[in-house]
Design a protein around this ligand. Sequence first.
Ligand code: PAN
Ligand code: ZN
Length: 195
Amino acid sequence: MSKMTEHPFGFTLPIPTGVPSHYDNHLKRSLSALEGIFQDEPARTARLSRGDAMVYEVYEIAGPQLAGELLMGVTVIHPGKVGREFYMTKGHFHSVRETAEVYFCLKGEGMMVMETLEGETAVEPLTPGRVLYVAPCWGHRSVCTSRQDDLVMFFAYPGNAGHDYETVAKRGFRKLVVDGKDGPEIIDNPHWNAS
Ligand code: PAN
Ligand code: ZN
């Protein structure tokens, strides 16, 4: 059983890069690790045949995974597309559904795609300075819609939240963000699967 954090601490978050002055883990998610996430699997494998590409990175400030604690970090999504879909995170629900999350956008342009298991959906823009409150029970995925800039976001969520990736892997998200004629477009996911 991990112990509560015993002492306050601080770190800096240089804007706009957002790479924290102190972090414990640096997770890297490249195209090769994102099978089944994007709709256009042939486009992903075609891109992979020319070499792997970094899609997003997470700088985690580790802490006890306990209720009452907050886990923090920064997510950086690079610009790019697989087929018509912009680069994005895998997305997840929190294992403990009744846990929320706060995001603060430091750089770039993007969208947070959210939904509940009961069928509600929400897509909120992410621009520098915008704070987003992901309410309890809402699955969430962030998408970088810029053609040239990283999307950089600070996040904080309860230590006991945990991550449920399986639900998203099985069902996908109801909404997709694709590159449309006049910029990013939100469309229904033709392969969304309730089972
Ligand atoms: C974030 C996400 C981070 C990466 O820390 O974990 O943006 O996204 P995936 O976890 O979906 O790959 C968060 O929402 N934590 O709860
Ligand atoms: Zn989360």
